[in-house]
Design a protein around this ligand. Sequence first.
Ligand code: FES
Ligand SMILES: [Fe+2]
Length: 351
Amino acid sequence: MKFVRNQWYVAALAEEVGDGLLERTVLGESIVLYRTLDGAVTGLANRCVHRRFPLSEGRLDSAGNLVCGYHGFTYDPAGTCVAVPAQQRIPRSARVPTYPVVERDRFIWVWIGDGKLADPARIPSLPFLDDPGWAVLRGMAGVKCRYDLLIDNLMDLSHETYLHSEWIGTPEVAETPTTTTTDEDACIVWVSRHMENVPCPPSYIPSMAAKGFSGKIDRWQDIEYHAPGLYLLNSRIAPPGRPPAADGEDSHAAHKKIVYAVTPSTAGTTYDFWCVARDHEVGDVEADTRGMKSQAAVLGQDVDALNLLEATLAGEPSGYQELSVNIDTGALAARRMLARLAEAGERVPQG
Ligand code: FES
Ligand SMILES: [Fe+2]
């Protein structure tokens, strides 16, 4: 799958951009991210104009300018060179490109493509990630696979039954059909799987206890994929036969919102930024520890599987065949959307 340009991508968790310099390669473009003196995040192309030394190996000076670590060319946050060694005159072409950057919902988003087209209103809204009413666990995993394999993985959760059986997979996940809908203009794919009166998977048993129910559950998985890179899984577990009220009131259920921001790095590597938000056991350190353990295990299983799949596919002759069935409907819708967006992104003249 080609990269989709002229889009926003998550390049970092907010807390990853601290006092220093952070390098991220997004769609093959190396970017140095840092905070200016007022705390805003800026992103510059990670190459010094002098001899192309990576600026991420330099340092920030007391004025908030970035000093190249090789010979000291110094850049302000707009990418303009403000000092070169041993001369007063600064060549007019001494400027590094900047990237549009937005910090929102505790993610750092960068725009890859023509900066004139960057519209922050197009960034998916995730307010629960910065809401004290939700407990949020977060992290980032590097995956050695092309990004569309990770999208495939997330869009088809039937794999939970086989890959994650000790944690979140039960036979009913794979057995229950899904419904898929799309909004081609908004570039969203929804996949829903509603399991009724089913056993609770091991990782969710404490959530059930925290909400005061036990035994079998209704378990809903409602995926909302915003192409190209933002995936949200709305997970709901509740006592059987108790859907949300007509006005949406649903406090008898336990909810999780599981976010994966899938950011292509290189052709064969992908950043997998993840957040698991829950509306119960908020402020409960033990629940955080449990949640991290489960997420680390599940994510590790996905990463291992995807690393293996990429290594396998990389060794296949080109034009290999796949066989898709009903469970692939959501993933295929996502693939079609990505292909369309990739084509549209290429047609936009690059600035
Ligand atoms: S390479 Fe940056 S100052 Fe020489
Ligand atoms: Fe998985």
